[in-house]
Design a protein. Structure first.
Lengths: 315, 315
């Protein structure tokens, strides 16, 4: 297992610069007053393809040799990683195949295709997904880019915190949602090297709290059929992300479904930004644990903005 | 009738600086490709109190003598002006009374109160509103700040275009929604003086097209019970705003209800920002009149973000 280093993050930062946005940091005096802390929202919902995953995907795609690149890239994902990999491949002009359950939302399939990627459908089971994916790779020779358990992807996500500490001085804490742990691992990679004073928290839905339970137990525990409105956070930790979480995260906090939806609506209403339920989990945990963050300067990663506007969770 | 001048805008710009945001300008390569033009969205939905009207209201409030200010300010508005006047009065620490029909949405009343203003209810008729408002002024001696037909308010709104031309070079066109005409008048005031090369367009709902019809007829025509999803744009032009529209606007374009809602959803989906139906009218007209804007650099004023998240117009 290769653990990505600060040099990998720095190389990623240069490599992906032409293909990603340096996203803005927004604040809300109203939400600060509720939290009793100074909150700085790093808005990856404004990122290319609508999610931070454009960073890791671009790093993987643009790090390929020409020979590898010609055979394209492939992944399995019904979420932002598939869309972002398709985006990055489109920018390089190489093929991209995303294996997705046939039951995945039409909007997700359309998003992959909108950037030029190919969707290959499987049955909604792990065995079907693995079989179909193996077939795709055998046929095309495409490079597999895992959504998070991949050093290239983590090094890419790590560029987000580098920007954040350049944009905001004197942060005490950075908090990000945790699913598979790609963003949290990238955050750990950058901050443990460049700003070890900053504490790193992860935020997770109570109803998909495998990272929380893994953290408390000291070994990876996977959820049994997690069900949460924060659908980007259902996937489990893997070895590489577990390495970063175990070594660098101060604590993992959890939030109920109701608190996540309330925090999401609060951000939409007061900050006028469209973001995903997953991105609301950090604020939900902050508002329930104000004693942890009182008086602190807190960076919050708003991970993405790809939400179905016809099915908002408060309706 | 006093016509505000460039000097009034410059004074406003200095006066209100501590109380308003210099809002960002956002772009979307996807929407540019649809429009065949380069669009620059000036995001007043991120403005204090959620709308550009914080500019005019702050200019009126902070321009008062201490003696006037002690008696407070008053207006009639069931929209953003009431909220923004309450915001500005709150910042100065003076009383603010907003007369509103008792049938106005609870959220609008709460917004005024949230900034410390007082809501006085009237019946939903012009005669009741005028009677109740006269009573309020007689009792308090408050200064009336009209939502748009007021030189202080127009000079305040005019600061928005000043920022926009500082933020974006070489604009060919600026387009803003038109209701009473406060934002359009401010835009005319600034651009006719500082950047006369830039053409000014106004955008209006077909179902509240009094400004369009006035512009074509050469005199003010009021609508008879306009009904549009863009509820900030139902009010008619008045003498002062008509002066600017008549003298400086190149054309007024209109959009159907369906096109407005489609444009609104497109902006939410691709740009990840929350904005009002009124703010979508310019893009709706651009996408229907691409020949007018083809290849041009177009500034678009996103006027506000105060929308009822429980009642989105596409649902």
């Amino acid at each position: 297992m290769y653990i990505p280093t600060l040099a990998d993050m720095t190389a990623a930062d240069e490599r992906i610069r032409p293909y990603i946005h340096r996203t803005p940091v927004l604040t809300s005096s109203f939400i600060n007053s509720l939290a009793g802390a100074e909150l700085f929202f790093k808005c990856e919902n404004f990122q290319k393809a609508g999610a931070f995953k454009a960073r890791g995907a671009s790093n993987a795609v643009f790090g390929l040799s020409d020979e590898q690149a010609a055979r394209g890239v492939a992944t399995h994902s019904s979420g932002n990683h598939g869309t972002c990999l398709s985006y990055a491949a489109g920018r390089r002009g190489i093929p991209c195949t995303v294996v997705m359950p046939r039951t995945a939302p039409q909007a997700k399939k359309d998003a992959v295709r909108g950037y030029g990627g190919k969707v290959v459908e499987c049955e909604p089971s792990t065995s079907s997904r693995e079989a179909v994916f193996a077939e795709v790779v055998a046929e095309t020779g495409a490079e597999f880019v895992h959504p998070y358990n991949d050093p290239r992807v983590i090094a890419g996500q790590a560029t987000c915190s580098k920007e954040l500490i350049e944009q905001v001085d004197g942060l005490d804490v950075v908090i990000a949602p945790i699913g598979g742990g790609g963003m949290v691992s990238g955050t750990c990679l950058t901050l443990s090297n460049l700003a070890p004073r900053i504490k790193i928290y992860a935020a997770e839905p109570e109803q998909a709290d495998d990272a929380y339970r893994s953290f408390k137990a000291g070994h990876i525990i996977a959820d049994d059929a997690p069900n949460t409105v924060a659908d980007g956070l259902k996937v489990p930790l893997k070895e590489l992300t577990w390495h970063f979480v175990r070594n660098h995260v101060t604590d993992i906090l959890t939030a109920s479904e109701e608190d996540i939806v309330d925090a999401m609506k609060l951000i939409w209403k007061r900050m006028k930004i469209v973001m995903e339920p997953s991105s609301a989990v950090p604020l939900a945990t902050i508002l329930k644990n104000t004693h942890v963050f009182a008086g602190k300067r807190v960076g919050i990663i708003i991970t993405g903005g790809n939400v179905d506007l016809d099915k908002l969770p408060w309706q």
